[in-house]
Design a binder for this molecule. Structure first.
Ligand code: ZN
Length: 96
């Protein structure tokens, strides 16, 4: 199962105009609701479109940054975590 990690130090990053917030960026690009935290097993309300990346990077693996809705507490997970199967993280590459 693919694991993810929070990217530290991204709180100041703002989405470009056309998006109200990173949650809005997620909804517009994934076509999914951003109401609930996407961490597997978590049912809290999502408060932020968090920057995450795939864990356990090896050479030539995907180093992209993604946006996924997380609750306040899950944005502070320092270890690796799994996302729900329907999480559909949105690559920040779309943000250009
Ligand atoms: Zn959560």
């Amino acid at each position: 199962m693919l694991k993810w990690k929070n990217i530290i130090g991204t709180a100041d990053r703002k989405p470009k105009s056309g998006y109200d917030s990173w949650l809005d960026f997620y909804e517009q690009n994934s076509g999914k609701s951003s109401k609930t935290c996407k961490v597997k097993g978590c049912t809290n309300k999502a408060t932020v479109g968090a920057h995450v990346r795939k864990a356990r990077l090896r050479k030539n693996q995907d180093r992209s940054w993604y946006i996924v809705p997380l609750c306040h507490s899950c944005t502070h997970i320092e270890d690796m975590f799994e996302l729900n199967a329907d999480a559909s993280p949105v690559s920040v590459r779309l943000h250009k």
